[in-house]
Design a protein around this ligand. Sequence first.
Ligand SMILES: [Zn+2]
Length: 441
Amino acid sequence: MRTVYRGKIFTFNQCATLLNLQGVIPGNLFVDDEKFTFLRDGAMIVEEGKIVTIGDYHKLKETLLPEDKVVDYGNKLITPGFFDTHMHATQTSGVGAYGEKLLTWLENYIFPSEVAFNSEQAGRREYDILLNQLFKNGTTSICAYLPTSYDGADLLFDMTNRYNMRAVMGNTIMTDGNKNLITDPQTSMKISEKLYNKWHGTDRISYALTPRFALSCTEETMGLCREFLESHPDAYTQTHICENVNEIEDTISKFPWAEDYLAVYEKFGLVNDKSIYGHCIHLSDSEWSRMVEKGAIFANCPASNNYLGSGLFKYKTAVERNAKLTLATDWAAGNTLSMLRVMDDAYKVAILNSFKLETLTRWFSATLGSAKALGLDKYVGSLEVGKEADFIVIDPEANDLLGYRLESSYNLLDYLFSLSALGDDRIIAATYIYGNKVYSK
Ligand SMILES: [Zn+2]
């Protein structure tokens, strides 16, 4: 059966890029540009989880079938679901832990909270809460760090897959550091192999080899990671880099042969166009160049970076170099799951560095830009014919101040800027994954 969703519709189109969006100033609120579309009264027809038609409602009305179900969202906005490219599925109970920078925050709050995932019951309850919060915030795709154990990680793969979510995930590999979380390198890789075999390519799931960061891995582990990627070149990699100045110093002390942080990962073959690097705040010019050249993915997390006082990401450099820039929460150092709040923090971080990160650029980096960076844009990221129907419905008037502000909105940039400046989970009216409603206010 086909379902017709009617309402305002905003989406990027396939040809949009970071570079060609920066500096675009649409003259009107409702525009139909080749890079993006904003329909005043649009319709999107969904059949078996895929978008089969999208366009102006009055033009499509003649083609509707008597048996089509129409869901009329009126003045609300239908737009792609958000893609959160860096988050920790194991840190929900640690959110809002107070008063530390990265390394002490991990030791004092996060590592102890992650041990809970050794218990299936605790893990199930906590991840259930997290998934519901994600949907409430309009996030439909994630790249997630899962528990270190096979059973803990397998449970979260299974719970994610029950919603048929498009997700990139992997068991967190730790072989050095906190005694309650580490395993030996061989065991870690056996867990990775087993989870890859079971989940990679199952429905909408992709596997990501997930060495937590260089400080939590031995050289033996990193060598095994290289072997894993050589034999599974279609797997993603996700890890952290240059989040915090002490972390960088400790990494260079641990691997004294490395000329810089990135060189540690390079030596073990972990930098390619499927590598997702969290944070990237304090990269040197050389590291920026090498990452861009290899096509590595920048998962920048401004809410987290502000929360832990980690530093200011260089958005100007990312845009100028047309880097694969994506936005992410880094839940739960990021104290919000709202990508609207993350976009707002990105704007503030950029302007602290005297750079205006354009509204369209930020929305792109939270939707189609992430899908493109990960090579998943033939499936998700925008509302175009043939793509999977992952979308949200935004009701700006659910926040009366935002509703009032939008009465005087004068063009598309102003409209989207106001949504990200004042919006949060209150304005997400509904979230759909593969055409199924997973959240409704
Ligand atoms: Zn992280």
